[in-house]
Structure formats: C-alpha cells, structure tokens
Design a protein around this ligand. Sequence first.
Ligand SMILES: [Zn+2]
Ligand SMILES: [Zn+2]
Length: 304
Amino acid sequence: MPHHTAAKLLKPLIARLLLPLAVAASLGLFFTGRARGLDLELLVSGSAVCILLVAMLLERWLPFAGHWNQSQHDSGTDLFSAAVLLALLDPLLKYLSPLVVVALYQWLDLSGLYSKVLGQAPFALQLLLVTLMLEFCRYWVHRWHHSQQWLWLLHAMHHSSQRLYALNNFRFHPLNYLLLFMLSTLPLMLLGVPAELLLGYLALTLPVVMLQHANIDLRSGVLNYLFSTNELHRWHHSANAAEANCNYGHALIIWDQLFGTFKYQPGGSNLPTTVGLFSSSSQNYPVTASYLAQLRLMYGLRCC
Ligand SMILES: [Zn+2]
Ligand SMILES: [Zn+2]
C-alpha cells in the first residue's frame, strides 16, 4: 500500500480513536497495576507523559491549525511554566498536603466520614463518585475564576496564549493551580478519600487533560458529550468573552451540560474567530512576555 494511502486511511482513525484509546490504556494500566500491587503513581504519571509525547508528535502529522505549530516566542514561557508546576509545585503539594490535612484535624476531624459512607462500595463505584465530586468542585472553581475579578487576575495567564498546543496546557499561574488544588483535592483528602482513588481519578482524567490543548484535528464524536475534549476547549479559549464563558469542565463536560454552559457544534470545526485573552480583560499580556513578567502582571493592574 502506498505511503500516502496508508496515511489517508490512518488519519481519520486516529482522529476518532486517540482519545478513547488513551483513556482506555491509562485506566487499563491503572487497574492492572492495582491488581498486581505495582506503583500506581508511577504508572499513572508514566502513561500521562507518554500520551503528552504522542500528542506532541501528532501535532506535526495531523494538525488542527498549521499556524498553531509555529512558535510565537511563547514556547519558553510555556516550558518554564510546565517545569514550575510539575517539578516544583506538584512535589510540594504531594508532601505538604498530608501534613496540612493532619494539622487541620485538630479543628475538624472528618477523616472517618468517607469510609463510613462509601468505604464498603465497589471500587469502580467509589471511583465514579469521587470523579464526579472532584469534577464538580473543579467546574465551579474554574467558573468563579471567570466571574470574580480577583480570581480572573490569576486565571488570565492561562488565557493569554494566542494559539493552542499541547504544552500550553501547563500555562497556569501557580496561585491559580494552588487554589484549584485547595478547593478540590484537599477537601476530599480531609474527608479521608484514599490516595488510591485520587490516583484512579488521575488515571481517568489525565489522558483527557493531556490532549485538551493539543493542536490535533481530533474528532471525538459522542465523547464530546462526556469529556472536555480539545474540540470543546477551543471555545473556552476564544478571545470573545461571550464565547469563552463556557466548557469549564476540567476533564468531564457533564457539569457544563447540567449547569447550562456546554458549547459544541457537532460536525463543525469548533473554532472561535480568535483565540486569546478577552478584549474586555483589564490585563495586557504581551505574547512574548517572559514567565516571570507574566506572573508579575497580575500585581500591576490598572483598572479597566
Ligand atoms: Zn478558563
Ligand atoms: Zn485551557
């Protein structure tokens, strides 16, 4: 079979199947590792890294928008931001959050609550419920970042990119990232949700998150009604605030559907006119601003 014919057949298949395959592989690895007593954290993060690398390769081969593959002098900032989140903030949260939880028990010990209410339920059901709870919290925290001015100051950095590609999924103000953790994962830790379930949540959702910004022409079909795909997330990054105040879901999109913020054009390109910071935002992020300059911008605001 000629090379170009194989590619022609393969591209629509990958466009349809990449997301479900990534989720299935990550979950499959998690459940296999759990049954065999393997290091689940290593498995979950390992599969997320693999999916991210595959996404970065596919961006070259099956791009959604060719010009989004061209650097806008923003790759350094995005790489630095990814390093801060993954190499600094994540390890800090991992080691400090159990200490914070234990310290908080002095005032409010809810640690037995989770095991009393759900501890005996089948693991898969617990995973589903924990996922729904975490996604509920993350949905509202994200939505508040768009409706409260002081929170928008933190979140604008994520919206400052004028293109979408796999790496700028990690462009987050560290305080934005921290707040999201404190208002979603930390409360569940306080309730005594086991670490294994939190890792299961990551096994299910990280593949979706790794592909959410990817500049790949994915066509996830009906899965757009379940997951916060890159097709839906493009609307969220519209420079038009009216278009962007939708699809807040972190990895699932079901809370958007329930609370009336779901936006999707089945069969359409799902491409807003412009991607970037809202023109109505009081912030001004030069595209080429360094990481530290972007962090500082939040403190040097003038009113609209
Ligand atoms: Zn947002
Ligand atoms: Zn985003």
